[in-house]
Design a protein around this ligand. Structure first.
Ligand code: HEM
Length: 188
């Protein structure tokens, strides 16, 4: 058990504490992931050999890179925790960024991420309706650079669609080389 780790397992059978039904998988940029009926989110777990799976993606929670202290305080004050009983909808969006992005210096990435693209300012408009968690994968050689996870109530599906639509219009997203949008409904 390592609380920083996560393993998402897509499969045909139930498994995991919080089990989700996969409504659809859309390849936004780059290659898709195979369709499967269910997704289990094993938070705090690194499953080396998951039971029969269609695919597995892993990540780790990490330190913040671009958020200022002031921004962080505002986010913490506004954001909601995962696992709300009303959050019966979720999205898992694995993302890769280009070599050009990773070749930039830290200050150049921050400038694109927030000064130009306003990722945090846009995202903050959707708190606390959308609860979120970011996992990193690039430094551990995982299948994706990032796994982004979101939970929300059915009445906020439109707001979430609007949010991802606005982010996909930004300069930051020009560096996205792969994005798979997986929409889910809580089972049971
Ligand atoms: C719910 C509202 C959202 C808020 C408040 C938010 C906030 C943030 C913040 C503060 C960071 C920077 C963390 C750091 O300093 O390292 C971040 C990173 C990130 N977010 Fe969001 N975000 C939101 C929605 C989204 C959505 C909908 C997506 C995907 C479609 C997304 C994808 C990412 C990715 C990939 C990163 C990592 C960027 C990088 O390190 O290059 N975010 N987000």
């Amino acid at each position: 058990m390592d609380s920083a780790r996560v393993t998402f397992v897509a499969s045909g059978s139930p498994g995991g504490k919080t089990d989700w039904l996969i409504d659809r998988i859309s390849a936004i940029v780059g290659g898709p992931l195979a369709t499967a009926p269910r997704l289990a989110r094993h938070d705090g777990v690194w499953l080396d050999t998951p039971p029969a799976s269609t695919w597995v993606v892993r990540g780790v929670r990490s330190n913040i890179r671009y958020t200022t202290g002031r921004e962080q305080q505002r986010l913490v004050a506004a954001q909601a925790e995962l696992g709300r009983p009303t959050s019966t909808c979720a999205a898992l969006i694995p993302i890769d960024k280009s070599d050009a992005w990773w070749a930039l210096a830290q200050d150049e990435r921050r400038a694109i991420f927030e000064d130009t693209s306003r990722h945090i300012a846009i995202g903050a408009e959707y708190l606390p309706r959308i609860a979120r968690r970011l996992y990193h994968g690039r430094d551990i050689g995982a299948a994706f650079h990032f796994l982004t996870w979101f939970e929300y109530a059915p009445e906020d599906v439109g707001a979430f669609d609007e949010l991802v639509g606005r982010l996909r219009e930004t300069e930051e997203w020009r560096y996205v080389t792969r994005e798979v949008d997986i929409r889910l409904t809580r089972s049971g």
